[in-house]
Design a protein around this ligand. Structure first.
Ligand code: SF4
Length: 247
């Protein structure tokens, strides 16, 4: 699902960077504009399959209506992992608000489309003996194809999505995140962030987005960012990197 945004809502997103590309932009500031200039000629079947599997989760299609065995296996594991996460957070009996495939913005600068977002309020004692009604959020991202991804505690896409939750729900005190990978072991990893931490990371992300959308952003070649970049055949940094490697 690394290139999900090739398929989803480009007209809604416009030219603004997406949370799913923050990791690539953090490694190469030129990535964003390069992908606006050059069309993607690579394989799209995987992206299309990922879109189908995400649609099943957005619609919560009953498992017995999913004909393809691998798609059904994927949906079953996604749902089990999500319920386990929700159970860990004590959400199964709580009154909460659930949104799926919601797009959140940081002003008009950058945005992210969240597979799953759940928000709720509960009382919390912050050590002074006074219980206070406090808001929380839980977001999950599904990686519905086989492939390796950074686990939740070091996953920049999830961090960027958590930053967007904090920006759009400023009363939220803590954001819990889960990366759900139905074909991996473990099938989910988790992390949590305080609002104070997320404000700081929001400033950092806005800084790299400013560089990526400004004049002459720098280019830095590397396997993880160049893998999904449509400028690879034309990029001088890639040519230099290859020369270095074969010298
Ligand atoms: S090909 Fe690699 S180095 Fe060149 S712009 Fe794309 S991500 Fe950056």
């Amino acid at each position: 699902m690394g290139n999900k945004d090739l398929e989803k809502s480009p007209e809604e997103r416009g030219d603004a960077p997406s949370a799913s590309k923050i990791s690539a932009i953090s490694k190469c500031r030129g990535f964003h504009q390069a992908n606006q200039i050059f069309p993607w000629y690579g394989e799209r079947d995987a992206a299309n399959e990922g879109t189908i599997r995400h649609q099943y989760e957005e619609d919560q299609t009953p498992l017995d209506e999913i004909i393809d065995p691998e798609q059904r296996f994927c949906a079953d594991r996604c749902r089990k992992a999500l319920e386990w996460c929700r159970d860990d957070l004590d959400l199964l009996e709580n009154e909460t608000t659930i949104d799926r495939e919601v797009r959140l913005w940081w002003d008009d600068k950058w945005s992210g489309q969240l597979d799953y977002l759940e928000t709720w309020s509960s009382t919390r004692d912050f050590g002074d003996g006074i219980p206070r009604l406090t808001e929380f959020a839980f977001l999950a991202d599904y990686k519905t194809l086989r492939g390796d991804h950074d686990p939740a505690p070091v996953n920049l896409q999830l961090l960027a999505q958590a930053v967007l939750v904090m920006k759009n729900f400023p009363k939220v005190h803590q954001v819990y995140v889960a990366l759900i990978e139905p074909f991996q072991d473990p099938i989910y990893t988790t992390a949590s962030y305080s609002s104070g931490h997320l404000w700081g990371r929001g400033d950092w992300i806005c800084g790299i987005v400013d560089e990526a959308t400004g004049d002459n952003p720098s280019r830095t070649a590397g396997p993880s960012q160049c893998k999904w970049c449509s400028a690879v055949p034309f990029c001088p940094e890639v040519r230099n990197k290859i020369k270095e490697l074969v010298a």
